[in-house]
Design a protein around this ligand. Structure first.
Ligand SMILES: Cc1cc2nc3c(=O)[nH]c(=O)nc-3n(C[C@H](O)[C@H](O)[C@H](O)COP(=O)(O)OP(=O)(O)OC[C@H]3O[C@@H](n4cnc5c(N)ncnc54)[C@H](O)[C@@H]3O)c2cc1C
Length: 755
């Protein structure tokens, strides 16, 4: 550095940066230990590119698409299909309240519990995408079965042992988990600690005890967990608890912190086996307790050196797992709703027309189709990122939150279109179980309101912003000299970046994004331009929010929720654009892409308008409007796009095929199989129907007599009518059958009031 530059830098640091640092230090609350650990978990990825305000679209397009290997494909067509064929979700829900024993055996034998466990440890060693595809397909048959297969592969002890376990733990436990000799469950939630899981009172105390006849150093555990999936049948618990060492047997610390250990459920003191019934889903779920249960220190996942690191480990596992499990269930719901609702709207007629011809129904069909397209695009993009070795914590949160929210939208729309058909329970109802599963998806793995309010933007801003984390870390540095030097470096870079972002946001806002950067993407190029426009606006509003609100932003959940929605839309829409590109720019799919982009842009603009209208400092709000929304807002998908999307679901075509790929149909005597058959027959006989309508004849026999239809056509029409009648039929039960079902006699345990 030349002497002149050195003098300038020192002057800048002392005159300008120092007062800013003091101001920020007093305004910014320090990050808590749990916040720090959550922020450190996983990495950033495409979220960081969006946060720059000027994403490099070529980088997105260069990501290799998620694909299956031959072996993974064979597993989908073999064991996955065979498993689906064994499952009768209705029987499971209302009669047996469990998967059939042969399905449990099959899951274990075919290593569904070891999808992510590497081959050298006896698992299938499949990719994240294969894991997601397997869960997605099973979920189109039975959500409970999908959850049963999914949990050991996502957040359970398997993932933790794989990533943090000692060599001995991996060699002992992973082969047993892979082939189902051991059934795992993950125990974090307790009655007093749900969303705020770190507030748990479950406790472990370091002590000496007997293990296999020897006196060893270990942990005495007391806990009460609830809502634990697979808990009632688990043989091994991955238990989270707060570890204490009051006798200082390990060191000088009293409170060691949250720790995760493996607890065999057959140990003395463990109470396990009772069940919750979560929204009438039949996957195993229940409470468990431990009273003075002793385990050796070697049972801590990662061994004694990992005591106190439980929270970090959990957050890190969550950073990947959340991006796969519930998004796969939600994508299944999207594809399933698209197939069934499109088919039903085609075969069900009212007022002499298929209900799919009515515009009110078309609006819902389009929303189902668009969301199904978007969900699967975002799922595939995320799997591609995970398969590249990323653990994108913010993206996983975005996907978990918005995939399950859209699952709610598509299933609700599907229910509405089906009317009474979907309300009346019985084996003919293929939607009821998906509907009841919605709140499970919304609540588990980080409840959605919390995820939206605190995690997506709250943590996303700190993690994914190009400079913010470095600034916060510099501000929190106890070494004042180093703090000033580091803060000075990053602050000025940030200021330069913020100025560029402001100019970009302004120019792109006033030009309607017409000249914003975009790759050469054929008919989708214009969408990239809008994305570049909104990314700049998002980065600008984020910077202004940090500048004006500082640490206060953390408590402004309404504001950070809306900013999070904008970031989320940008990510989800990136997934839709990537899908269109990876699938070879299919013209037939353009209405679906248009629906996603137009409705996503409308949401983004709506959120910006809400932010502007409610920004705490009013003049700042006006300035934001001037920069990013000078000409008002968009309206969402056009009526033309809506009609085109609905048509895709109402007619067999390649676009429909791509949308509903890998939905399990089942046999011709089962509900979805019957519907699919009726749909095909209805479509096949449509030309004859059209002819009859033109001739204004509704009576088939009369039409036949008059020679308007041939013998074969008459037969086809009758067969189609019979197939449709089977579809629109619903179940009814004899009163005595309901009385004898037996499950009403199960008595719930009433919790004792706390003393
Ligand atoms: C079917 C099922 C399966 C489960 N499986 C497991 C499992 O295998 N292992 C396990 O350990 N746990 C499991 N859970 C627990 C699950 O993770 C928790 O239910 C979840 O963390 C929420 O906790 P809670 O239900 O106590 O809700 P609460 O924490 O009481 O939250 C209630 C509401 O408040 C909101 N909220 C809380 N804090 C904030 C905030 N700061 N800002 C805004 N909103 C907020 C939440 O979003 C939620 O909407 C399961 C739960 C269910 C229902």
């Amino acid at each position: 550095m030349s002497p002149a530059t050195h003098i300038m830098t020192t002057a800048r640091r002392e005159i300008l940066t120092r007062p800013v640092l003091s101001l920020v230090q007093s305004a910014l609350p320090a990050l808590s230990a749990t916040e720090n650990e959550a922020i450190d978990a996983g990495n950033t990825w495409w979220d960081a590119a969006l946060f720059t305000g000027n994403p490099d679209w070529e980088q997105l397009l260069a990501i290799p698409p998620a694909t299956l290997t031959e072996e993974e494909r064979a597993f989908m067509d073999g064991p996955v299909d065979r498993l689906c064929a064994m499952i009768d979700d209705w029987r499971m829900t209302w009669e047996t309240r469990d998967l059939p024993p042969e399905a449990w055996d099959f899951l274990k034998r075919e290593k569904f519990f070891g999808i992510i466990i590497p081959r050298e440890h006896g698992g299938l060693g499949f990719s994240n995408f294969a894991h997601s595809e397997i869960v997605r397909k099973i979920a189109t048959r039975s959500v409970s079965t999908a959850v049963t297969a999914m949990v050991p592969n996502s957040l359970g002890p398997g993932e933790l042992i794989l990533r943090f376990g000692t060599k001995e733990q991996q060699e002992h436990w992973l082969p047993r988990l892979a082939d189902g000799r051991e059934v795992p469950a993950f125990g974090l939630t307790s009655p007093e600690a749900g969303s705020d899981a770190a507030a748990m009172t479950d406790e472990g105390v370091i002590c000496r005890g007997q293990w296999n006849g020897e006196d060893v150093l270990g942990i005495r555990l007391n806990w009460h967990k609830r809502y634990i999936t697979l808990g009632p049948v688990a043989t091994i618990l991955g238990l989270a608890f707060k570890l204490r060492d009051p006798d200082h047997l390990l060191g000088h610390q009293d409170d060691i912190g949250i720790t995760v250990a493996l607890v065999p459920t057959d140990l003395p003191g463990v109470t396990i086996g009772r069940r919750h019934i979560p929204s009438m889903q039949t996957f195993q779920n229940g409470p468990n307790e431990g009273h003075d249960v002793f385990i050796p220190l070697d049972n801590v996942i990662g061994g004694p050196e990992r005591v106190g690191q439980g929270w970090k480990m959990l957050m890190s596992a969550l950073a990947a797992g959340r991006g796969i499990s519930l998004p796969s269930l939600s994508a299944a719901a999207g594809a399933f709703a698209a197939h069934t609702t499109g088919a039903y709207a085609r075969v069900r007629s009212q007022f002499n027309l298929p209900i799919g011809k009515f515009e009110g129904i078309q609006e819902r069909l389009a929303r189902i189709a668009g969301n199904a397209y978007l969900l699967d695009g975002a799922r595939r993009l995320t799997c591609a990122g995970l398969d590249q070795g990323n653990h994108p914590a913010v993206i996983s949160s975005i996907l978990k939150l918005h995939a399950t929210e859209r699952m709610r939208v598509v299933i609700n729309d599907a229910m509405d279109v089906h009317g009474g058909k979907a309300i009346i329970e019985g084996p003919r109802n293929y939607l009821g179980s998906q509907y009841r599963a919605i709140p499970v998806g919304i609540t588990v793995e980080g409840a959605n309101i919390l995820t939206r309010s605190l995690m997506v933007f709250g943590q996303g801003a700190i993690r994914s912003h190009p400079y913010l984390l470095e600034e916060i870390r510099a501000v929190g540095d106890a070494n004042r000299g180093r703090a000033l030097a580091n803060f000075d470096q990053v602050l000025w870079k940030h200021i330069g970046h913020a100025l560029k972002t402001a100019i970009r946001a302004f120019v792109r806002g006033w030009s309607g994004g017409r000249f914003a950067p975009a790759p050469r993407a054929g008919k989708a190029t214009r969408y990239y331009r809008q994305m570049s426009r909104y990314a700049a606006a998002f980065a600008f509003v984020s910077d202004i929010s940090f500048l004006t609100l500082g640490g206060e932003l953390k408590r402004r959940e309404l504001l950070s929720g809306r900013l999070g929605d904008v970031l989320s839309e940008l990510y989800l829409l990136s997934g839709a654009l990537k899908r269109w590109e990876d699938e070879g720019r299919q013209d037939e799919d353009l209405p679906l892409l248009a629906w996603c982009m137009e409705s996503g842009f409308a949401t983004i603009e709506q959120r910006f308008a809400e932010i502007i209208a409610n920004f705490p400092a009013r003049p700042v709000g006006w300035m934001l409007r001037l920069f990013i929304q000078p000409f008002g807002r968009r309206n969402g998908p056009s009526d033309r796009t809506i009609r085109q999307c609905a048509d895709i679901l109402l007619e067999p075509c390649a676009a429909r095929e791509r949308l509903v790929e890998n939905v399990y149909i089942g046999g011709a005597d089962e509900a979805v199989g019957r519907l699919t058959d009726a749909f095909q027959q209805t479509v096949a006989t449509q030309p004859v129907h059209d002819r009859l309508r033109k001739a204004r004849i509704r009576d088939l026999d009369k039409a036949h007599e008059q020679g308007l239809i041939t013998d074969g056509e008459l037969e086809s029409l009758r067969a189609a009518d019979a197939a449709v009648a089977e579809v629109i039929a619903v179940d009814d039960f004899a009163a005595e059958d309901l009385d004898q079902s037996g499950h009403e006699t199960a008595t719930p345990r009433i919790a004792e009031p706390a003393e």
